[in-house]
Design a protein around this ligand. Structure first.
Ligand code: ADP
Ligand code: MG
Length: 250
């Protein structure tokens, strides 16, 4: 089997909620091993776009290509297609959504055991490695209510990694955190980016975009206003981008 050049391509993705056009003809590619940062004002469609990529929302029209050829996601989708598309990525949310009745390790091993059928000892060995990797090797047996927000989010990242996704989707992963705790999470994201994992990150942090992004995609009103390098984004004289940069600050 040949290795697909790009893990993700979107073509003409459209999503409406009643009369509201949340995404209007969105096309872009995410390069293997790259970090794409999605920026844009509140309500511009960033979350909807991430949710459409793994079909938490069903697009009205468009195609998604995960390297095996374009799939028309506007048409009727079989359960199998949905599962295939979902299995390629995992999403990390602003609210970490850990199971409160499971330990950190329990959260990380749940999906590999339940939906991949991995034997518990193997899942736990890998789970411990992943918690170690996100700096929580000493917290494997802690319950979420004993962890800080930053630690909970790092458990959520380890949990996402446990599914061995082709790419990871992050929706404002640091927005619920104090700056200090956000910094721990950003450090983990920067590590993942440095390992050449494929990441798509919605954030309001221009510092993160400047430091970690290979690509910046700027959305407004459900459309891509700019898609380019961080240098292009930060150097752009476009009035709308300048205003956004000034309002958001660093
Ligand atoms: P962002 O993440 O950039 O803030 P969203 O993708 O959440 O933006 O929202 C884009 C637009 O779609 C907004 O106008 C929002 O109100 C609308 N929207 C999002 N989800 C729904 C929904 N489930 N039902 C109706 N409108 C929605
Ligand atoms: Mg959002």
């Amino acid at each position: 089997m040949s290795v697909p050049a790009e893990p993700l391509r979107l073509l003409g993705v459209r999503k409406t909620f009643g009369d509201l056009v949340a995404l209007d003809d969105i096309s872009f590619e995410v390069g293997r091993g790259s970090t794409t940062v999605l920026l844009g004002p509140s309500g511009s469609g960033k979350s909807t776009l991430l949710r459409c990529i793994n079909l938490l929302e069903k697009p009205d029209a468009g195609q998604i290509d995960l390297g095996d050829g374009p799939i028309d996601v506007g048409g009727k989708l079989s359960g199998r297609t949905v599962r295939t598309i979902r299995s390629r990525s995992t999403m990390v949310f602003q609210q970490f959504n850990l199971f409160p009745h499971l330990t950190a390790l329990g959260n990380v091993v749940l999906a590999p055991i339940e939906s991949r059928g991995l034997p518990r000892p193997a899942a736990e060995e890998r789970g411990r490695e992943l918690l170690e990797k996100v700096g929580l090797g000493d917290k494997t047996d802690a319950y979420p209510d004993r962890l800080s927000g930053g630690q909970q989010q790092r458990v959520a990242i380890a949990r996402a990694l446990a599914m061995d996704p082709d790419f990871l989707l992050f929706d404002e992963p640091t927005s619920a955190l104090d700056p200090e705790l956000a910094a721990e999470v950003v450090a983990v994201l920067a590590d993942l980016a440095a390992e050449n994992r494929t990441l798509v990150v919605v954030t309001h942090s221009l510092a993160f975009a400047r430091r970690v992004a290979d690509r910046v995609v700027f959305l407004e009103d459900g459309r891509i206003l700019q898609d380019g390098t961080p240098e292009e984004f930060f150097g752009s004289e476009d009035a709308r981008l300048r205003r956004f940069r000034d309002v958001i600050g660093s």
